[in-house]
Structures are given as structure tokens and as C-alpha cells.
Design a protein around this ligand. Sequence first.
Ligand code: P61
Length: 461
Amino acid sequence: MKNQKRRSWAEPFKIKMVEPLKMTTKHQRETALKEAGFNTFLLRSEDVYIDLLTDSGTNAMSENQWAGLMLGDEAYAGSRNYFHLEDAVRKYYGYKYLVPTHQGRGAEHLISKIMIKPGDFIPGNMYFTTTRLHQELAGGTFVDVIIDAAHNPSNTNPFKGNIDLQKLEDLIKKVGAKKIPYVSIAGTVNMAGGQPFSMKNLKQLRELTNKHGIKIVFDATRAIENAYFIKTRETGYQDKNIAEILFEMCSHTDGATMSAKKDLLVNIGGFLALNDWDAFEEARNLVVVYEGLHTYGGLAGRDMEAMARGIEEAVMFDHIRARIGQVEYVGNKLLEEDVPIVEPIGGHAIFLDTKRFFPHMPQIEFPAQTLAAEIYLDSGVRTMERGIVSAGRNKETGDHYYPKLELVRLTFPRRVYTQAHCDVATESIIDVYERRNTIKGLKMIYEPKYLRFFQARFEKL
Ligand code: P61
């Protein structure tokens, strides 16, 4: 004990209200899993013990956010909560104009419709499922320009979310800048394992895109987590606070799409933020068609209030350090037991590397889907597939994409689970790892057309 390193943080909150969890037997979980077609998205949440499916909308709000709900101004037009949110977005993200949306994909839909013409190309630092689909539905083609290291789970580059500027230049040469309306850059790249980009890389990207008149649209969903990594890993940023780094990041971009269900500590909400008046005018008009009036965008006034208050809390250093610290805690425990995970440990989740976990299983037997099902069966812990099922099919050839990364994501909702929950989840994964050679893969028996991973069904081989 004496020699043990002192832990430098604990959760900067205490618990005021609790939500009971149901414990299930293995037999109950077997039945639930079969009914769900071996897809963790199709489980009833009541049958889940520790829910690490996602950090999206699953966060615990603070007393200040809950108090804010009571101040919801539910006017159809001109709600005061909209103006509060607009002020907060201007202050912390720095964009001039705000269009609220019901969640992130609502903003992706609008920006794709406004900026992409059929035949365009949209380079980005790895695909995200909903982002790419909206780009494709608008007639565009996504092009992955993330650095190669991001596709290698064992590469420990601290900024695996960086854009490979050479790949981008090559694309510009090949298709011409006119066919590239914008570069789509995401903070702590989700599909790469929650990996950040550096400020240096973003600045270089800005220089290159300025040269060619190409815009940058920032997926700011987890921008604050990215800012934490810049502060802790990038030279020159140690003495800046999270809010300053966030503001600087946004200042190098032209606009942002936001799923507020992550960084911003709310259960629902999102926005599109822009600097260009013309694009804003169009977004403000289109939002009326798809989401709701431009001063609520599909949200209740109270949701916008909770979001505005969430921004203030999300940039607090103690909060973000504890949030990412919890993820690191789990990752380090798994590494101690030699369980293969994506390194460095990312911001919102631990990603199990199933190519190393199940070296005997071909990708077409859905190793990550199999592992997510197996973990649920073992302990009632729910995780998510991020591999071949999530990647979907090539829209031209109709064949599966075979992504290099075949991962299971253990995603940590903010301010929800204790260290003991983390220990239970970790122990379950270690147990499954110990009997990994006895586990058989799956076959897909139902495949929906869009975002198939949400609703696909499987059977045991
Ligand atoms: C998640 F399995 N993420 O990580 P919306 N950009 C980014 C996201 O992470 C994101 C959205 C845009 C989710 C929910 C989810 O394939 C899936 O508010 C970086 O969810 O519309 C969402 O924001 C979209 C899970 C989404 C998935 C798509 O769990």
C-alpha cells in the first residue's frame, strides 16, 4: 500500500438519486439473447445489468441541469432556452450561428443536404456510420484520409485521429478541389477507438484547405474529450484550460455538427453551428422541414436548457479528467491481464481487438458480434459490435466492407457507473478471454438496408 501510486482523481460528484438494476440468471440471459437475434441493440434494457452499449444520451445529468428542466420555456417560437443555448455555443465553441436539431444525425442530414452535390467527395478521419450514410444519401462519396496508424490497434501513436495530409492532397489532385465541398473531421474518432487529433494537424489541415477553398466541418460530438488529450499530450497546451483549447479547435473550422448526447451530458439534443450566413440561412429554412422551428429544432425548451448548462459542466477539468480516467482504469486492468485492446486507451470507450481475441475466427463469422453476445451471456454487461456488421456494404459493389478494425466497444456513460461496476465488467471480459478458444461464430439471418447493425439478426454457427 505504501508504495502504491496515489490516485490523483476521484469522481467530482456524489450520488443523490439511484436507479435500481435487475440481476439476471444465465438462463434468463440465454433466452433474452436468442430473442434479440444475438444483437445487443435488440436486447431490452431491463435485461441488461451494466449497460456499456453507448455513452450516447445515457449520461447522468447534474442537479443544476435537472433544475434547468423546470425553467423550460415551451413556447413554439423564440424560447428563452434557445437564446441561452445560442450564447453558450457562441461562448465555448465560437461559431456565429446556431440551428438546434433533435440529435447529431439531424445536423448531419442538414449539412449534407446543403453542401454536398451528387458526385462530390467528402474526405474524413475515418467513417462514422450515420455521417457517411447522410453523405451518401446526398449523392457524395466518403473518402477515408485518416493516418494509417489508426487502422492498426497496436500502434501507440498519441494522435491516431490525425488526417494524413498527403492522402488529402492526392485526392484533391485526383478529383479536383471543386468536387470536395468540405473535409469532415471528428474529435476523438469513434470508430478508431476514441482517438484524438492534434491541434498541429488541424492547423495544417486548415492551411491546406484554405489554399484550395475547401471548408472544414467539425464533428464536435466529443470535441471536449479531444481537447483533454491535446492538453495532456500535445506540447504547448499543458497550461491552457479545456475551454480555451476547445475554442481554438473550433476557430480552425467553418462549422460543426453536434450530438449533444455525448460531451454535453444530456439525454437528447444536438445542433448545427455555422459561421457562413448563407449556409446558415439555408439550414434555418431546412430545419423547419425536417426537425421543427429554428428556435427548437425538434427539442423541448427544457432540453435546450439542460444542454446549455451541460456545456459549462463539460469543460470543467475535474469532470473530464475523471471521465477519461474511468476509461483508463478499465483499459489498464485489461492490459494487465494481456487482453488485446486498442491502444492508446481512447476517450469514451475501451475497444477489444477481436482479431487478436479470436484468431481462429474468420471475419465473415462476425467475431465482434460474437464477442459482444458472449460477454452479455457471461455477466449481463452490454457492449457494441464495431466491425464488419457496422461497416455495412460498399454501395457500388454490394459486397461487405471488411474493415481492418474488428472491435467490441465498452462505452462508458458519463457519471453513471462506479468503480465496482467497472471491476465486474472487467472480470467478465477476462473470464470470456480465458475460454476464448471454445467460442463459435455467428451467421447473419436478417439484414436491413440502412445501418444494418442496429437491427440485424444472427444465429449461432
Ligand atoms: C454512439 F452504433 N454516436 O457512439 P446521434 N457523430 C459521432 C457519433 O458518435 C454519433 C453521431 C455523430 C453514437 C450513437 C450511435 O452506428 C451508430 O445523436 C462521432 O446519435 O444522431 C453517435 O449522433 C450521431 C450508435 C450512432 C451507433 C450510430 O453510440
